[in-house]
Design a protein around this ligand. Structure first.
Ligand code: PMP
Length: 426
């Protein structure tokens, strides 16, 4: 089988809107490596877009899934429940950085988790408004697309978005957006667009993912919490991308020093299987009437079996510690390159919490350089390393390598990264 033949078949049978980023097709994958149908090997620094914190085909997870497949693969959880999903709810509640009684519910995708978190906040407050942030990403369904703060490529072809969503700037020092400026925008919003008493929720990513791996300052989160408490607004932390150990703590929210009312989770929750969830304060979670939450595949037993195994892998392989080590190592490596000077000076800000690490690429005048970032992705790919870009200006590279990555594979990947940087920056 040839990659080029498969691409031709894809182009004939699948729409252009569903673009496939890399021109090769997977045959098999193991931990941090993927082999394509022609036998070429790639080191994977994308991890299925932050889904594979426990790596590709982790034997423990595969074993748990196989055991579940021999029992049953689907009951429709709202019709016939099963013990594993209750165990998972208990475990996710235990981990969530929210005090008091908690409850959790499961769906399939991150977008669904976000939609349902908003539904719960609306039911709890009997209000309709939701405030989101510039460059935030919350999904591709029409409502979550409206929450998502980036036009191209996500929203551009789809016309008017659902209403009741308001947006303020996310404080990013390097963009010149201070915490104060974001708070002033919020105050202004309450005067010009929506009364705070009509706002059901403020939703944000503790670390913006698609937006460029920008970390919400804890002091800002504290202010948001105070404002939310003053007006009875619920805080939703979207942990779909930054959760599950990526930042060195189980949930990134732990580093904010505030408690959210609701939290969404997905991606690495089930180590490669489609599963998402909402966890939150029990009274808020219970404000939806019976039957108001669900979905045919919500909480698939197969994905839930994987999710339970993910907890074991985290513990046995000490992945939170590993996340910190990986982040430190890559940050030191990039700082080392930058300090070599010459063209490497065009490596801009390097930011990370644990292994949630991104770096910017700049042009000779210190401005965002999306073209060189694209070239880096292409050059690295041609040398066997998969990299993903992100950010409002398309000039950040984000590293989402599995936390289970072997040291020698990580080193090999960084070696390719160095060579590709040297090639595209010169
Ligand atoms: N929220 C965040 C923070 C995300 O990063 C994503 C996916 N990139 C989503 C929601 C949507 O998840 P999904 O693609 O599984 O619907």
């Amino acid at each position: 089988m040839k990659n080029s033949d498969l691409m031709k078949r894809k182009e004939k049978s699948m729409p252009n809107g569903f673009a496939i980023g890399f021109p090769f097709f997977a045959d098999r994958a193991k931990n941090s490596e993927i082999w394509d149908v022609e036998g070429n090997r790639y080191i994977d620094f994308i991890g299925g877009i932050s889904v594979l914190n426990t790596g590709h085909t982790h034997p423990k997870i595969t074993e748990a899934v196989k055991a579940q497949l021999d029992k049953f693969s689907h009951t429709a959880t709202q019709i016939v429940g099963y013990e594993n999903i209750i165990t998972l709810a208990e475990k996710v509640c235990e981990k969530a950085p929210i005090s008091g009684a908690k409850k959790a519910v499961f769906f399939s995708t991150g977008s669904e988790a976000v939609e349902n978190a908003v539904k719960i906040a609306r039911a709890a407050t009997k209000r309709f408004g939701v405030i989101a942030f510039d460059a935030g990403y919350h999904g591709r369904t029409i409502y979550t697309l409206a929450l998502t703060g980036k036009v191209a490529p996500y929203k551009q072809d789809f016309g008017v978005m659902p209403g009741g969503i308001f947006r303020i700037p996310f404080p990013v020092a390097s963009f010149g957006v201070t915490e104060e400026a974001s708070l002033i925008a919020l105050e202004k919003l309450f005067k010009t667009d929506i009364a705070p008493t009509d706002v059901a929720a403020i939703i944000f990513e503790p670390v913006q993912g698609e937006g460029g791996f920008h970390f919400m300052p804890p002091s800002f989160a504290k202010k948001l919490r105070e404002i939310a408490d003053k007006y009875g607004i619920k805080i939703i932390c979207d942990e779909v991308q930054c959760g599950y150990g990526r930042t060195g703590t189980f949930f990134a929210t732990e580093q904010l020093g505030i408690e959210p009312d609701l939290m969404t989770t997905a991606k690495s929750l089930a180590g490669g299987y489609p599963l998402s969830g909402v966890v939150g304060k029990a009274d808020i979670m219970d404000s939806v009437s019976p039957g108001g939450l669900g979905g045919t595949y919500a909480g698939s037993p197969v994905a839930v079996a994987a999710a339970l195994a993910v907890f074991d892998v985290f513990k046995e392989e000490n992945l939170l510690q590993r996340s910190k080590e990986i982040g430190e190592k890559i940050a030191a490596f990039l700082s080392g390159l930058k300090s070599k000077g010459g063209a490497f000076k065009r490596i801009g800000e390097i930011r990370h919490r644990g292994a949630m690490l991104a770096f910017d690429l700049l042009d000779a005048h210190g401005k965002a350089d999306a073209d060189v970032t694209k070239n880096l992705v292409l050059d690295a790919r041609d040398h066997g390393l998969m990299l993903a870009s992100c950010g409002l200006f398309g000039n950040s590279i984000r590293i989402m390598v599995p936390l289970t990555v072997e040291e020698n594979i990580l080193d090999e990947g960084l070696g390719i990264l160095e060579k590709s940087l040297a090639t595209v920056l010169k």
